[in-house]
Design a protein around this ligand. Structure first.
Ligand code: MG
Length: 160
């Protein structure tokens, strides 16, 4: 392999909202019939984990530093735009994503039926394949009690 490569890891978790009007957005896809996630932005934990994996790989900080939840500019933000911003920050440093992979842990919603749509949306923004799989917490702990949802992500980035 020629060039320089780095891996990065991202994690994010959000609590499910009590607000019936709040939509659930994961990987840029809207899921109807399930509670949304509490968050300053749209609460898209999958996009946030991928963003952190990419930023971290490049040593460019993390989503909380770049898009602080104390800044009204990011209130209700489309997390795919935050991800796009991170991708362009990487490009400025000569980095491009090679791929990213995500594991979403939640009792609901089921990820599999929407997996391809989420992968397509994220891959389009990242400019490289993003893969996703869903897992359940088997009724253990806060995730198993459906208090919230968590996502882990790894990303590989490279530059010539
Ligand atoms: Mg988040």
């Amino acid at each position: 392999m020629n060039g320089e490569f780095r891996v990065g890891h991202g994690f994010d978790t959000h609590r499910f909202s009590d607000d019936p009007e709040r939509p659930l957005i994961l990987g840029g896809a809207r899921f109807d019939g399930v509670p949304g996630l509490v968050g300053h932005s749209d609460g898209d934990a999958v996009a946030h984990a991928v963003t952190d994996a990419l930023l971290s790989a490049a040593g460019l900080g993390d989503i909380g530093v770049l898009f602080p939840d104390t800044d009204d500019a990011w209130a209700g933000a489309d997390s795919l735009q935050l991800l796009a911003d991170a991708v362009s920050r990487l490009a400025t440093e000569g980095w491009r994503a090679v791929n990213a992979d995500c594991t979403v842990v939640a009792e609901a919603p089921r990820i599999a039926p929407r997996r391809e749509e989420m992968e397509a949306r994220l891959s389009d923004v990242v400019g490289a394949p993003v893969t996703i799989k869903g897992k359940r917490a088997e009724a253990m702990g806060a995730l198993g009690r459906s208090e919230g949802l968590a996502c882990w992500s790894v990303a590989l980035i490279g530059r010539p």
